[in-house]
Design a protein around this ligand. Structure first.
Ligand code: FES
Ligand SMILES: [Fe+2]
Length: 454
């Protein structure tokens, strides 16, 4: 059977079934690099990280290393971080400012615009016969910025970034657009490795509200009991039990569409987030009127929950973690965690936020470790032959999808559901099997049409 059709048969989103081979098979992984990562819009950097001409940042698109560079005219470009002579990694720094990139192997040098500018011994070794104009760096052909986030795409025929995001932009705005001035990245980036497939992390952030009460139960008990994390600033009274955010939640929503997903609780409290320091929750309270004026009540109040922009960009409102799950083989990811803050926030709030962020979602964060422990163990189980053949159940909320009349866009469900997870895998299977973007979009549209009977 054609390998693409075979992959397609491993996902049955209409009945909520997935074959776990998709998380462990090296051939499927190679096909993902080509069909998913070389055709999707991938997050590269935040504009605040590259303010001046010559500023650069190195990252990767799938496993392809790239360097993003601020040009002299203020625009951005991104290139494959690979020297054209023998393929050496050209730039080894995480980021910085430069006038040129010089390869450490034989010394070829490239300008900010990616052009090859100088070659050692050009006269003697190349007899001045090398046409340097044809040996510039390989440019990422599509680059687009959305409210400070810079994305790249290798596929010239991909839809625009806005069309690719679709309804997910509405949910993303709740993270990026709370205040005038937008957002910035605070401090450096936490980077670490987890031995699991990238889809476990991306899918959990897309859809899985269900794990939080159980996986994070002990962390929530401890946090909720701390006066610093209670909006009234008072310790728990004797005999009082901490109530997690979901106990007081007034229901919630899960959205899934085009592979993206978002899930959260409704609340009436502008600081209903137990994961951040008191100074940060006070900031959310103080700035609530501005956020409500810009975003409306639902998104301004929404400070907890999960989000993934397919395939590998995830974020959590409130703790302000923005992360990329860089794939590193079928059984490994490199997590890059950025702390995103409103640019207009006072310095002491930024300081408190970056500490809260590290405490909850840094590599040793108490919530982070709960999550990664699960993914690593599932991946270990999948070393077994039988385990890789045994279907997973993804049926939660199946058949209860609906469109809402209150302005919350897209196909939605109750917050505890697997609508976004099913949509994530359906889109993944469509990308893995379709020849081009027209076909991917047609397959997505017919799937979504079946979900909601209008
Ligand atoms: S590999 Fe870069 S100069 Fe030779
Ligand atoms: Fe979690």
């Amino acid at each position: 059977m054609d390998d693409r059709l075979q992959v397609r048969s491993m996902v049955d989103a209409r009945h909520g079934r997935v074959k776990p081979q998709i998380y462990a098979d090296p051939e499927i992984y190679q096909l993902e690099l080509e069909r998913v990562f070389a055709r999707s819009w991938l997050f590269l950097a935040h504009e605040s990280m590259l303010p001046k001409a010559g500023d650069f940042f190195t990252t990767s698109m799938g496993e392809d290393p790239v360097v993003v560079v601020r040009q002299k005219d203020g625009s951005l470009q991104a290139y494959l971080n690979q020297c054209r002579h023998r393929g050496m990694r050209l730039c080894h720094a995480d980021g910085g400012n430069t006038k040129a990139f010089t390869c450490p192997y034989h010394g070829w040098a490239y300008g900010l615009d990616g052009g090859l500018t100088s070659v050692p011994l050009e006269e003697q070794a190349y007899r001045n016969q090398l046409d340097k104009s044809r040996w510039g760096l390989t440019r990422v052909p599509r680059l687009a910025t959305y409210k400070g986030l810079v994305f790249g795409n290798w596929d010239e025929s991909a839809p625009s970034l806005e069309a690719y995001m679709g309804d997910m932009a509405w949910y993303l705005d709740g993270f990026l657009d709370r205040r005038a001035g937008g957002t910035e990245v605070l401090g450096g980036i936490h980077k670490w490795v987890i031995d699991c497939n990238w889809k476990f992390a991306a899918e959990q952030f897309c859809s899985d509200q269900y794990h939080a009460p159980y996986t994070h139960a002990s962390a929530v008990q401890v946090l909720q009991a701390s006066p610093a994390n209670k909006s009234d600033g008072k310790p728990l009274g004797e005999g009082q039990t901490a109530r997690p955010v979901w106990a007081d939640a007034l229901g919630g929503v899960q959205f899934g569409g085009q592979g993206h997903g978002s899930a959260f609780f409704f609340t009436e409290k502008p600081d209903a987030n137990v994961w951040v320091d008191g100074a940060v929750s006070a900031y959310f309270r103080d700035t609530y009127p501005e956020a409500e004026a810009r975003l409306g009540k639902v998104r301004a109040l929404r400070l907890a929950g999960h989000n993934t922009l397919f395939p590998t960009l995830s974020w959590l409102n409130g703790t302000q973690t923005l992360r990329v799950w860089h794939p590193r083989g079928p059984n490994k990811i490199e997590v890059w965690a950025f702390c995103l803050c409103d640019r207009e926030a006072p310095a002491e709030v930024k300081d408190a936020l970056i500490k809260s962020h590290a405490r909850a979602f840094g590599p040793a964060g108490f919530l982070e470790q709960d999550d990664s422990e699960n993914w690593v163990e599932v991946q270990k189980v999948l070393q077994g032959h039988k385990a890789r053949q045994t279907e997973f159940c993804m049926e939660m909320g199946l058949g209860h999808e609906a469109r809402r009349a209150d302005g919350i866009p897209g196909v939605t469900n109750y917050t505890f559901a697997e609508t976004a997870a099913r949509g994530f895998y359906q889109h993944w299977a469509n990308m893995m099997s379709a020849e081009n973007w027209d076909e991917i979009q047609a397959l997505n549209a017919s799937y979504e049409k079946e979900l909601v009977h209008e």
